[in-house]
Design a protein around this ligand. Structure first.
Ligand code: DC
Length: 236
């Protein structure tokens, strides 16, 4: 009997690192640093939802029209580029990095990201992008929905006051006129919406490592995360 040739074994993908948590816990900073240390690609999934919200605003789409939002989320072209050392978010080829970070778009994004059709479109894209692994993805549902089989999952937390203060300083540095108490209140309201929504709410995965970033420096936290990542089998 002649043995039939075996199909080639699927090549194992590189590891995925999921970083979830509410706004202002340091996800973006730590994801970028971790990805850079490991030679992985960093994917800011919040920027994708923000870009859909900006596109919805520009097209005058009614946020209650779930079908229109879903069509938009499937149609928009979102890209990430690196220019002069900084990362850019592109909407249909145009740089929208600053436009997606205003308090108005933050609020709009919280609503847009609650739409199941938008989430389905974004999750599909995120899975396609990260399919070969070697990615650090940051968001709200990475360890629970997008890559529930991620090799390492972190859930970052910090007090609401500290998260609001960080957001305030960030906006101030960008020249956006903001009020501290209002920023703290906005951060809390947005987190309540992200945690309370019906579809893929912000939730800690059972197997995620929780890290409180309230009173610790970035270097210390990064070192802890790297130790955890390197202690996992398959992650170099
Ligand atoms: O991380 P961020 O602040 O840029 O996120 C913007 C909004 O998008 C926030 O309201 C939560 C939402 N989001 C989400 O629902 N799921 C993700 N994976 C990432 C962000």
């Amino acid at each position: 009997m002649i043995a039939s040739p075996q199909p080639p074994a699927p090549s194992p993908r590189l590891p995925i690192i999921a970083i979830d948590g509410p706004s202002g816990v340091g996800k973006s900073t730590l994801s970028k640093l971790l990805a850079s240390e490991l030679g992985y690609i960093n994917l800011d999934t919040g920027a994708m939802y923000r870009t859909v919200a900006l596109a919805a605003e520009r097209h005058g789409i009614d946020l209650d029209d779930a079908a229109a939002l879903g069509r938009l989320a499937n149609a928009v072209v979102i890209d990430f580029a690196r220019k002069a050392g900084s990362e850019q978010v592109l909407l249909d080829g145009a740089d929208v990095s600053a436009a997606i970070r205003t308090p108005e778009i933050s609020l709009l994004t919280s609503k847009v990201s609650a739409c199941p059709a938008v989430r389905e479109a974004m999750v599909r894209r995120q899975r396609e992008l990260g399919a070969r692994g070697g990615f650090v993805l940051e968001g709200r549902d990475i360890g629970t929905v997008v890559f529930p089989d991620a090799e390492v999952k972190f859930f970052l937390v910090a007090s609401a006051e500290e998260r609001g203060r960080r957001r305030f300083l960030e906006l101030q540095a960008k020249g956006v006129g903001v009020d501290l108490a209002k920023t703290v209140a906005e951060v809390e309201a947005r987190d309540a919406a992200d945690s309370g929504r019906a579809h893929s709410p912000l939730r800690r995965a059972d197997d995620a490592v929780t890290i409180d970033t309230t009173a610790r420096g970035i270097d210390q936290i990064l070192a802890e995360m790297l130790t955890i990542v390197r202690s996992r089998q398959g992650v170099s």
